[in-house]
Design a protein around this ligand. Structure first.
Ligand SMILES: [Mg+2]
Length: 411
């Protein structure tokens, strides 16, 4: 396809680096010298995405007009025999982000201006408070509140189950948990012990912080629909902003049962790759927040489509913001968050480690729990390839969960 203002793609570089975490970064270069960057990280499967990009996607992009974002999106989505899936869609997402970055630089405008301009001054976030017991979790929440965060996700290890629930004990990160043998670490789980302990976390939180702080909780897909329905009812007196991933929803219909029994708002979507994964959840109004990430659900173009569809059904976006999303994804989601009329909240766990700051330079700034986006053209984030070379890829996995009898469970 030829258009009036051709900006031919001359190079597609794929860089896997590990500045604190593994990241897969795409850099698309055009004949004018303008380049754009995108995040293609799929945690625990980084080399699969990198190979897919290098071997199968990059050759198809050379010579194409970088301005044709929609056509390239359709070419990589509809034009392949194997549609959807996390590996393919992370590649689509990374290429899409890089093309929006290029278009913004070519137009000398921040990406949010291209999307329709600002709907708000800044992007409200929620922070994580996690501890080995309720007191440790709430002390951490108090620190975050004193820093200006007004919405906090609370997680506490289940009593008697050390290391449960993403609580890492004395380990500072997942690399440390698996350094001697890079295989998935294992963590224990008991739904009964969890259900017997979780209410106390929120009872104590409300008693300590009062009604104004917004609280939420991530179930990590560990419950059945009827268990999730019971948890939602149990937590109604504590007025959560939302309950996240209460049930795995490959079968979206499962959420009807949860919805029928509780008024606690529901959120899901961080592992979804397309609008189709959340179509029934949204159009039946079984959820309140859709949590798809720009990296994993087709980039800015994919997220924009999901946001517009969700708006019709009073569903707001609350994009995923885990440490395995690079600052490029954070930037892309911050531009969407500034624009989307139905933006809800952005998950925030910091912009990454000191090493990450050497590799990714960005003009995002967090203040009083809100991300402020700078005026730079494009996404406002740059990637230093020389710095990245100092942090080579290290194989790493997230943990898996097992019940006390050894049965593998959702993490
Ligand atoms: Mg989550």
């Amino acid at each position: 396809m030829k258009t009036g203002r051709n900006l031919a793609i001359t190079d597609v570089r794929v860089i896997v680096s590990s500045p604190g975490r593994n990241f897969v970064t795409v850099k698309i270069v055009t004949e004018s010298g303008i380049y754009g960057v995108g995040d293609a990280t799929v945690n625990g499967r980084e080399m699969a995405v990198a190979t897919y990009l290098q071997e199968h996607v990059a050759p198809c992009l050379i010579g194409r007009n970088a301005h044709d974002i929609e056509d390239i999106w359709q070419y990589l989505y509809k034009g392949v025999y194997w549609r959807r899936g996390p590996i393919n869609m992370a590649c689509v997402g990374a290429v899409d982000m890089a093309l929006w970055d290029i278009k913004g630089k070519a137009a000398d405008l921040p990406v949010y201006e291209l999307l329709g301009g600002k709907s708000r001054r800044a992007v409200t976030t929620y922070a994580h408070a996690t501890g080995n017991d309720v007191t440790e979790t709430l002390d951490q929440a108090a620190r975050l509140i004193s820093e200006g965060f007004q919405t906090i996700r609370l997680q506490s290890a289940v009593p008697g189950m050390e290391g449960s629930y993403g609580v890492m004990g004395d380990k500072k990160d997942y690399f440390e948990m698996q350094s001697s043998r890079p295989l998935p670490p294992e963590q224990p789980w008991s739904t009964r012990k969890y259900m017997n302990s979780v209410e106390d976390l929120f009872r104590q939180a409300r008693a300590r912080f009062g009604p104004d702080v917004q609280l939420l909780h991530d179930v990590h897909s560990r419950l059945t629909p009827i268990e999730a329905a019971r948890l939602g009812k149990m937590l109604e007196p504590y007025d959560l902003l939302f309950l996240e991933d209460a049930v795995a929803a490959e079968n979206q219909e499962s959420y009807r049962i949860v919805r029928d029994h509780t008024t606690t708002p529901l959120a899901i979507g961080e592992v979804y790759n397309t609008i189709w994964d959340c179509k029934d959840l949204i159009q039946n109004q079984w959820i309140d927040y859709i949590r798809t990430a720009a990296t994993h659900a087709g980039g800015i173009t994919g997220l924009r489509r999901i946001a517009d569809f969700a708006a019709i059904y009073h569903v707001r976006i609350a994009p995923h913001g885990a440490p395995d999303l690079s600052p490029i994804c954070y930037a892309a989601q911050s531009h969407i968050g500034l624009w989307a009329p139905n933006f809800g909240i952005q998950e925030f766990v910091g912009f990454g480690s000191a090493q990450s700051a050497e590799v990714f330079r960005h003009d995002l700034r967090i203040e009083n729990g809100m991300i402020h986006v700078g005026e730079s053209a494009g996404l406002g984030v740059d990637f230093d390839e020389e710095a990245a070379a100092r942090y080579p890829y290290k194989r790493s996995y997230l943990p898996v969960s097992r019940l006390e009898d050894g049965t593998l469970w959702s993490w």
